[in-house]
Write a protein of this length. Structure first.
Lengths: 128, 444, 476
């Protein structure tokens, strides 16, 4: 399982990369593996406000659909348009090309509720 | 008669393997307090005895009158090929094709059905059927609420009252507002619709031909609705699509229909066929099974159920609907029917229906005391009689004719109105007999 | 195989229609007419027959293969009942015919309601719901009407985590929020957690018994009492009725509302996915809410009663799927009291026979006597890289329709096997033999199981491609 350093993780297998008040959000390698081949992604519109730990998107594979929960609160300023034609990018590159949205973070202190890579790794080990 | 093959010897062997001394031991978790208070059914009978009994019962039914009833369910001829093919047990004994490799037959037939429905209605996509036209209409309304995130529905006065009642029952616990326009025999009342049409309206529900038989072109209503992003749902009659302007051509968003007229017997209430079709953009909000084309590992073409993530067995609470079973065998009847008639036959069928009805209308118009209320119709129309329709029907019944559906069955104030349908099965002699009998009954 | 559209030849005609025997009238105004004829195939009758006959031969079906699809009760569909449904005096009745002309049909519905009451211990039935899931929705509508009538404020519906997907989906469509109770180690709904969650805002508790694991919950009366004390109604999902006919009646043990699946327990055909029928039964206090019209019998005559002020309305266009009901009625008459009891006994016997053999080869999440179906987990095999899916596909090559896989969701790599009572010991032995073979192959030669099926006309189909590149109709 790939768990890059420098990102923050949620119990529902989302990651967020925080840089200059902006957060790039996606789902982890564990999540894409569990879902299988992804066939469709439903993203919010630009301008949508999302709240920490509430659903803001969904990712579908042939046999399952998964809600995606916001790691932190903010306003959506960018969405990954490529996913509408190539949802498999999430499988191939969950942390880079498979990013879902970029948000303007409202409250940086919210990241204290998230896990760092080592904690997430421990968390995954506990799941199996 | 129980279709159970076990011999006493086999029973003994099986119990031994399981490690119990009797079958009853397998039910030991059902303690005495839980056992049935009674189970007083008669003992089973032989096929011969049950057949005799049921045949006697069937003799108490009489479908052999000359039938001019419609109201959404029509007496059309069903070609012999339909029953012959649908009686093949490889079609009627399997279940939903969850394992596509051993279900290509039903999957391909459903794909062909979906294609045919799209072509009839000129819509982008159709699903592989719902239970009936009324639940299809309900599902269409639910779709429109999901898509627009609004909470108001306008139902035109020409939409089948049977479906209106079903819609109210199904949506009783939802926080939505349904505006029902008063019954309207003629073309949809634009003024009334636009009065209620606003940005809270998710959809306007129309029907063409309407319940009373009137034909219309709803393109203008669709345009007006689209200006404020309200959807239009149109309930249609499949046979009429051999002749009439399609909902697709009117830019309608969601189409529903009752498919009984496509090779399904009148069946005294069911099973029927719910048809649902819509624009491409609404695909993911459409309930029910959908068959998609794909390839196998060797590149060979094949079919699978697709987009199952919308459905109950994966999505549970968030499912687009709670539907599990559909009406697959009825959809199969429909596609076989359409293929048996073919493009030319289907158009001719519509043609026959239309002209026989026009002929009947002309003759009835000449009877004083009988007023044909609609202008343009397909194969059904409404008359206003100078006396009570029920008493007229009684007279006709004595001559072996069911003259139509008395509208006071649905609308208390329409005692003198009669809904008459003339399909291709009504021969000229039957029509003339009907007209004569009606003339006599009116003057009695 | 080519699509029927691809076999179309311009100018070819099908069935012959009669000629117009009345003078033609004026055509409709252009504005009301379609511009082009609909694109339907132009094929001969023989083309139609060959095409669909060949298609039928591509299907596995009960009449050709053992079909242990768990939860669906794929028992033999008697040919006799098919014949009955083709009697014209039953099939050709317009639903709006005057009552005097359909007394036989009304009697069929009335008598079936009564039989189902006796079989389930309920006080009243409606045959309107058009499928099992539709019956569930109707049941929840009835329950809501009941609570509204008595001024109860209700928000939740409780279901076990093993429930069929239609249960929570129906609750959602009916405006309720869901509370899910986990399954305990004995395979039944966790009683402790159930007691914790139960509160005065719960409208209903939806259960099936035996549950989707094929396990009978011995605490059913306690669960019912607790629900009633909290002011909730108890709903029985009748999908698994095949296990308990004559052994238990849901109405006797505390269930207030019941739905049945005629296409499961009562042997009406599944039709490749439908049509079915999902009659709904209720206890006395809910009868007044049942859908209209009700069938009344007075002085030997049957009639339709619409004047029921407390009714929820109509859930079907008329009286339900009459021809399906007719088949079920015929089935009940054929089997009778002892026959139905024997059905449940042999259904449970057959499932336990399979369980007894296969438990040495497959994980049994709940190692206890099962009822009419048993749920295995292919966990052991998955460790060797063989998943439930692979097992299913290999079974197809061996001439069996696979059991249900990946349901219930609480069991990993679930294989839900429901043989039904109409299968012989020989058939079960054949199936068991192949399942044991599979378990051995998974250990020693797992690659034989991958990439199956190999004998079918199409091999494993690319479902991802189907979902990513949506092709839902033939475009020509």
């Amino acid at each position: 399982m790939n768990i890059p350093d420098g990102l923050f993780y949620t119990k529902d297998h989302e990651w967020i990369k925080i840089e200059d008040g902006l957060g790039t959000i996606g789902i982890t390698d564990y999540a894409q593996d569990a879902l299988g081949d992804i066939t469709f992604v439903e993203l919010p519109e630009i301008g949508t406000e999302i709240k920490q730990f509430e659903t803001f998107a969904s990712v579908e594979s042939v046999k399952a659909v998964s809600d995606v929960y916001a790691p932190m609160s903010g306003k959506v300023i960018k969405i990954n348009q490529k996913l509408s034609t190539s949802p498999e990018l999430i499988n191939k590159s969950p942390y880079e090309q498979g990013w879902l949205v970029v948000i303007e973070i409202y409250d940086e202190s919210e990241r204290e509720k998230l896990m760092r890579s080592k904690d997430y790794q421990k968390y995954l080990e506990g799941l199996e | 008669m129980s279709y159970i093959p076990h011999t006493p010897e086999e029973l003994k062997q099986m119990l031994k393997v399981i490690g119990v001394s009797s079958v009853e031991e397998l039910f030991k978790d059902i303690k005495p307090a839980l056992r049935p208070k009674s189970f007083n059914l008669p003992e089973g009978k032989s096929e011969f005895e049950v057949k005799e009994y049921l045949q006697r019962l069937s003799q108490k039914n009489n479908p052999y009158f000359i039938n001019f009833m419609g109201a959404g369910f029509y007496d059309h001829y069903i070609p012999a090929v339909v029953d012959a093919l649908v009686s093949r047990s490889e079609f009627y004994t399997p279940y939903t094709p969850y394992q596509p490799e051993c279900s290509q037959g039903i999957l391909q037939a459903m794909y062909e059905y979906q294609t045919a429905i799209c072509n009839l209605t000129e819509m982008d996509i159709a699903n592989a059927s719902l239970y009936d036209g009324g639940t299809a209409l309900f599902e269409a309304v639910m779709m429109s609420l999901r898509i627009t995130q609004r909470d108001k529905i306008i139902v035109d006065g020409g939409v089948n009252p049977i479906y209106q009642r079903m819609l109210l029952t199904h949506t009783a616990n939802l926080p939505i507002k349904i505006v029902r326009l008063p019954p309207n025999i003629k073309r949809a009342d634009r003024e009334k619709i636009y009065y209620h049409l606003d940005k809270k309206t998710a959809a306007v529900v129309l029907q063409n031909p309407n319940f009373f038989g009137s034909i219309d072109d709803h393109s203008d209503i669709v345009e007006k609705a689209h200006q404020i992003e309200t959807l239009v749902i149109e309930n249609v009659y499949p046979i009429s699509l051999g002749l009439l302007k399609t909902p697709g051509a009117m830019d309608v968003d969601i189409v529903t229909a009752e498919g009984q007229s496509l090779g399904i017997p009148l069946s005294f209430g069911g099973p029927y066929l719910g048809i649902l079709a819509c624009k491409k953009a609404f695909l993911r909000k459409m309930p029910g099974r959908i068959v998609g084309a794909t390839v196998d590992k060797q590149g060979k073409k094949g079919f699978v159920l697709t987009l199952q993530t919308r459905e109950q067995h994966i999505r549970g609470y968030k499912a687009t609907s709670n539907i599990c079973t559909n009406a697959a065998l009825c959809a199969l009847r429909a596609i076989i029917f359409l293929c048996a008639l073919g493009k030319q036959g289907f158009v001719k069928l519509a043609h026959l229906n239309y002209h026989k009805t026009e002929f009947t209308k002309k003759l009835l118009k000449d009877i004083p005391g009988v007023e044909v209320v609609n202008s343009s119709t397909f194969n059904e129309f409404t008359v206003r009689l100078k006396k009570d329709a029920t008493s007229v029907l009684k007279q006709l019944a004595e001559k072996g004719i069911i003259g139509g559906v008395p509208l006071n069955r649905f609308y208390k104030d329409m005692k003198n109105y009669l809904l008459i349908a003339v399909t291709e099965r009504r021969k000229k002699a039957e029509i003339l007999k009907f007209v004569e009998a009606l003339k006599d009954a009116i003057n009695l | 195989m080519q699509l029927i559209f691809e076999k179309s030849v311009k100018g070819r005609h099908g069935v012959k229609l009669p000629e117009l025997d009345v003078p033609e009238s004026e055509e409709l105004p252009q504005a009301y007419r379609r511009t082009k004829a609909p694109l339907l195939p132009e094929v001969s009758e023989l083309d139609v027959i060959r095409h669909f006959t060949r298609l039928s031969q591509l299907n596995y079906s009960i009449d050709t293969h053992f079909y242990p699809l768990g939860s669906c009760t794929m028992k033999y569909n008697p040919k006799f009942t098919e014949e009955i449904a083709r009697i014209e005096r039953f099939s050709n009745l317009h639903p709006l015919l005057p009552e005097e002309l359909v007394q036989g049909a009304l009697e069929v519905i009335y008598e079936t309601e009564r039989s189902l009451c006796e079989i389930t211990g309920m006080d009243g039935f409606s045959l309107q719901p058009l499928a099992g899931a539709h019956g569930e929705l109707t049941g929840l509508l009835l329950i809501t009407a009941f609570h509204k009538h008595y001024g109860h404020q209700k928000k939740y519906v409780i279901v076990p985590d093993s429930s069929h997907g239609t249960n929570p989906a129906s609750a959602g469509v009916c405006g309720y929020e869901l509370m899910v109770i986990p399954t305990a180690r004995d395979g039944c709904m966790d009683l402790k957690k159930y007691k914790e969650k139960l509160n005065p805002e719960v409208a209903a508790v939806m259960l099936t018994c035996p549950n989707t694991l094929g396990i009978f919950n011995p605490h059913i009366m306690e669960i019912a009492d607790l629900a009633h004390q909290a002011g909730a109604l108890l709903y029985y999902d009748g999908a698994n009725l095949n296990a308990i006919m004559g052994k238990m009646r849901p109405g006797d043990v505390g269930f207030d509302v019941v739905h049945l699946n005629l296409h499961k327990t009562f042997a009406t055909p599944h039709g490749g996915g439908g049509p079915g029928a999902g009659p709904i039964g209720v206890k006395k206090q809910l009868i007044k809410f049942l859908p209209i019209p009700r069938i009344i019998k007075k002085d030997g005559k049957f009639s339709l009663e619409y004047d029921k002020p407390h009714s929820i309305g109509s859930i079907a266009p008329f009286y339900g799927n009459f021809l399906v009901v007719l088949k079920a009625h015929a089935y009940i008459l054929l089997l009778g009291k002892s026959g139905l009891i024997s059905v449940s006994e042999k259904a449970v016997l057959n499932a336990n026979y399979i369980r007894a053999f296969l438990k040495d080869y497959y994980d049994l999440p709940f190692d206890r006597v099962c009822m009419h179906e048993c749920v295995f987990s292919a966990k052991r095999q998955a460790e060797k890289g063989i998943r439930a899916l692979d097992i299913a596909k290999y079974l197809i090559d061996k001439g069996f329709h696979p059991p249900t896989i990946y349901f219930p969701p609480i069991v990993k790599e679930a294989l839900m096997i429901e043989p039904t009572e109409t299968e012989s010991k020989e058939t079960l032995d054949e199936f068991i033999e192949v399942m044991i073979e599979i378990a051995k192959l998974a250990e020693e030669h797992p690659d034989v199981l991958k990439n199956t099926p190999v004998t079918t006309p199409v091999k494993r189909l690319d479902e991802v491609k189907a979902a990513r590149e949506l092709k839902l109709r033939w475009m020509g």
